[in-house]
Write a protein that binds this ligand. Structure first.
Ligand code: PGA
Length: 254
């Protein structure tokens, strides 16, 4: 299975000039990449600009939206539907990121509705698992992780065939903090998530699902995590905005 490098820019950068600079850095870092296994989730405001830069500079990356609505269209002020993203040629939608739980009222149940929208629109969901209200507790709650996976996948399990489903384990306490679980812990949790996805989707469908880790990944720790046999890639926030970090991060997919 190909490794996946997913870069979540969150609400950054804050100017067009900075977007252009970051895209130039991406171009250099990704110069050797010729596959579709790098995806950037920029603020939706910049998608058009980034698409034009990506095409004119021939940068090999896919684009995605950072969230989608629970419905196809209608009175959902401020939101974006999965259909809109699909219509613009985007390949991925991030669903259930912890910051959408924290600031936008996303729940484990609404993650399932969003995943359904994403799959019905024909694009690929990148589903974040690991949000909990107590953002500082480092205890692994396997029941919670299982329930999050069930709620995310059950509503659309009959629609899942060979789409590129990515599950990102993102313990909320590790996001943006500089603190990470140990490699052994990540491996243990990923094995558990894989087993749970097999139970939900069946072994054959589960074979195509990719499992990522996200939370304070940077050029200093990515190599050690990348050696974990069960891990299929990374979802990276802060470090993806730093041009000097990008070449090392890109090594994952070269
Ligand atoms: P971080 O963010 O790499 O800045 O910790 C990861 C994420 O929010 O997906």
């Amino acid at each position: 299975m190909n490794k996946m490098l997913a870069l979540n820019w969150k609400m950054n950068p804050t100017s067009v000039a900075e977007v252009e600079k970051l895209m130039q850095a991406m171009k250099v870092a990704l110069a050797q990449i010729r596959t579709g296994d790098v995806v950037v989730f920029p603020p939706a405001m910049y998608l058009d600009l980034i698409t034009r830069i990506k095409e004119s500079e021939q940068i090999y990356l896919e684009l995605g939206v950072q969230d989608v609505a629970i419905a196809e269209k209608g009175a959902y002020t401020s939101q974006i539907s999965a259909n809109m993203a699909a219509g613009l040629g985007l390949q991925y939608a991030l669903v259930g990121h912890s910051e959408t739980h924290q600031y936008l009222g996303v729940t484990d149940a609404s993650v399932g509705q969003k995943v359904l929208q994403v799959l019905q629109s024909g694009i690929n969901p990148m589903i974040c698992i690991g949000y909990q209200e107590d953002t500082s507790s480092q205890e692994i709650d396997y029941d919670m992780l299982k329930s999050q996976l069930q709620q995310a996948l059950e509503p659309s399990k009959d629609l899942i065939t060979n789409q590129d489903i990515c599950i990102a384990y993102e313990p909320v306490w590790a996001i943006g903090t500089g603190v990470t679980p140990s490699p052994e812990t990540i491996e243990t949790v990923i094995i558990f998530l894989k087993r749970t996805v097999q139970e939900i989707l069946g072994a054959k469908t589960a074979e195509n699902v990719r499992f990522l880790y996200g939370g304070s990944v940077n050029s200093g720790n990515i190599e050690e995590f990348n050696a974990l046999p069960e891990l299929d890639g990374f979802l990276i926030g802060g470090a993806s905005l730093k041009p000097e970090e990008l070449p090392k991060l890109a090594q994952v997919v070269v």
